[in-house]
Design a protein around this ligand. Structure first.
Ligand code: 0RA
Length: 659
């Protein structure tokens, strides 16, 4: 097939012959350079990395077709990216006739928009291409691109410059490619992203981004070996991903920091007569949150879609049917709800299909309607079988769902009780709350104050017109470990919910919040930081709208005071103290370390921490609250190993834990 390749005898054609074609090619790829966003989403870092995914997807397609076992992704010392594989090698034979007569198939793939995949007759059944834009887009957005193909004992190469202009034809040469591993056949594509395209955020690949995506690809393609190499100075490293368990390993990986409900991972796959496939793996953990991760052709569908809908519907019906059949659910019992069954689940629902339609806000929702019944039918049959074959695991699943159902009912009762209490007892505000006089949420602030003694000086320091105060005693209940029902029985939490006034959980309504600043006022020590983290976790999980609206703040009481002349100066932290010393090198007076809010009198607390005209507040972003949540999960969750590891790796940087 290849002896009649592009040019006989391997002598490169003179470049001048290429000028006319150059212009054609550049015209062909012109739309890509004019509107890169249309093809790769953006010209920021996400678009830059899109180039890698596009090239890798071609090699993954070759792997899915059964011809490739290893893929190398290398960031070269000069910042280029090389993707090589041990597949059959891109086709090299010349087009016998037509518009592209005489050009190699590889050149057409690299220079003609949307020419990928479909050439070579058969093509692939399904394509992993992100939006299938093809490798010519990568060529168009690179200042230089080198393709090397090993095939039938020959090594071919061709180079492009300035957004896809061929510098000669594809031709066999003597020297072999310096790829990630030895091979008898395969393809390498090395590209140098064009800095005139990726202006805003540059052309530097982010190791973490690449590693994460490659690991996911390896999980989704069982047995495929992906070798990542970073050859850039100071960050040399090599990482190999290969999962012989595929998405079963993926589920174990996701559950690794949690306590699994049982050791087995349920797995099944299926395909239809059009070559569409599904792979599903799942395991429950003892936690309370739902983690169903959908993929379509290897792309994460974070907004769900038809495949996930089909899975959820079948899961609810299969588990209920099983529970009835085994009399775990009695005749008089209500059916388990989907949310009860999904509590603590970790699942991967991976489908491959022709022409995926991506919809939704972020184009991350699978829209192909037939996928719903395909997944639903397969899950109905295969999961039912799995439950029959694994009765002890099946029983644990049902029991956990029943516990979740009970908790759901209890939580509803607890919520109703709080609501009734609020309705009955006048304004219904908690006894501990020292409310402000204003009824205008826009100017009202709620200080959540750690400890009673602190409450004393804060009470005097506040402006009673706009500043309310709620003292919190001890550590509020850790929300990760306890279900909503228990949490709602906790006095501190009840007081917090009632005081804020917008409800809790899914029903939380930020438009009903009584304060537009909710301020955590905690000590600058370890206990204070713990309470702060727990508060943020609570807001993140149960009053997310409050965080999203930017209504959550952290007060910053000073850690040091010192005297300058007759004036007392307060310094927020070590950094502020160091800066002060730098600016006042002759300063000799001692620094007082303020141990806690309790030690400050109200005359100190007011200007430094509470008076809006002199204080500084830290506004909490959703990301910070999410981070607090993550830290809480690790620090308070059941998995001792993760906790140990987290504390060990972060011990030197405790400030990161300190919100
Ligand atoms: C179509 C047909 C053949 C190989 C490929 C595509 C192919 C494309 C890429 C892109 C990156 N790596 C690749 N590996 C293979 C087979 C052609 C033949 O057998 O001659």
């Amino acid at each position: 097939m290849t002896d009649n390749a592009a040019t006989p005898s391997g002598s490169p054609m003179p470049t001048s012959n290429y000028t006319a074609k150059d212009i054609q090619v550049l015209e062909g790829l012109d739309p890509v350079r004019k509107r890169p966003g249309m093809y790769i989403g953006s010209t920021g870092l996400s678009g830059l990395h899109h180039l890698i995914w596009e090239v890798v997807d071609n090699s993954v397609d070759e792997a899915m077709a059964g011809f490739c076992t290893r893929i190398g992704v290398t960031i070269l010392p000069d910042g280029a990216c090389r993707v090589d594989d041990d597949g059959r090698g891109m086709p090299v034979d010349p087009y016998p006739s037509g518009e592209h007569k005489g050009k190699s198939a590889a050149e057409v793939v690299l220079t003609v928009l949307h020419a990928g995949g479909k050439f070579g007759g058969e093509g692939y059944k399904v394509s992993g291409g992100l939006h299938g834009v093809g490798v010519s887009v990568v060529n168009a957005l690179s200042r230089r691109l080198l393709v090397e193909i090993d095939k039938d004992g020959r090594h071919y190469r061709q180079e492009y410059a300035n957004g896809g202009s061929p510098q000669g034809p594809l031709a066999p040469v003597d020297a072999g490619v310096d790829g990630g591993f030895p091979r008898t056949s395969g393809t390498s594509v090395t590209f140098w992203p064009d800095p005139t395209i990726f202006v805003a955020e540059g052309t530097e690949f982010v190791t973490r981004t690449v590693l994460e995506r490659l690991q996911t690809i390896a999980f989704l393609n069982r047995g495929l070996e992906i070798v990542f190499r970073d050859e850039r100075a100071e960050r040399e490293q090599e990482v190999t991903f290969r999962y012989d368990g595929g998405i079963v390993d993926f589920v174990r990986h996701l559950n690794a920091s949690k306590e699994a409900l049982f050791a087995k991972v349920a797995y099944f796959d299926d395909f239809d007569d059009q070559g569409q496939t599904l792979d599903i793996a799942m395991q429950w953990n003892t936690g309370y949150y739902e983690g169903i991760h959908g993929y379509a052709n290897g792309i994460s569908t974070t907004e769900g879609g038809m495949h996930v809908e089909g899975f959820r519907a079948a899961l609810t019906s299969v588990v209920n049917k099983y529970a009835r059949a085994k009399n775990l659910l009695k005749e008089r019992d209500d059916n388990l709800l989907g949310e009860d069954i999904r509590e603590g689940i970790t699942a991967i629902v991976s489908v491959k299909l022709r022409e995926p339609q991506f919809e939704g806000q972020t184009k991350a929702k699978l829209g192909n309607v037939p996928m719903r019944s395909f997944v639903q039918k397969a899950t109905n049959e295969r999961l039912a079988e799995w439950l029959e074959e694994n009765p002890s695991e099946a029983t644990r699943i049902v029991k956990k769902a029943q516990a979740a159902a009970q908790a759901r009912v209890a939580a509803k009762n607890a919520r109703n009780a709080i609501r009734r209490k609020t309705a009955l007892s006048g304004a219904g505000m908690p006894d501990k709350l020292k409310d402000c006089q204003s009824n205008n949420p826009g100017e009202s602030e709620l200080f959540i104050v750690e400890g009673d003694s602190a409450g004393g000086s804060a009470l005097n320091a506040r402006d009673p017109r706009t500043q309310a105060m709620l003292p919190i005693r001890g550590k509020i209940l850790n929300v990760e470990r306890s279900r909503l029902d228990k949490m709602l029985k906790n006095n501190e939490i009840q007081a917090l919910i009632t005081a804020i006034g917008g409800g809790v959980g899914e029903e939380f309504d930020v438009t009903k919040a009584r304060y537009h600043k909710v301020i955590a006022l905690c000590d600058a020590d370890v206990d204070g930081s713990h309470i702060r983290t727990l508060l943020l976790t609570f807001f993140y999980r149960q009053m997310r709208g409050l965080v999203e609206s930017g209504f959550v703040y952290i007060a910053q009481p000073p850690l040091f005071s010192t005297v300058v002349g007759k004036q007392k100066v307060y310094l927020k932290d070590d950094a502020a103290k160091n800066l002060f010393l730098q600016q006042n090198p002759k300063h000799a007076a001692e620094f007082n370390r303020l141990k806690g809010l309790g030690e400050m009198d109200w005359q100190e607390l007011k200007p430094t921490t509470m008076d809006p005209s002199t204080r500084t507040l830290l506004q909490v972003t959703l990301e910070e609250a999410a981070l607090a949540d993550e830290i809480t999960s690790i620090l308070m969750g059941d998995d001792v190993e993760s906790r140990k590891q987290f504390i060990t790796t972060n011990a030197r940087d405790v400030r990161n834990l300190d919100f």
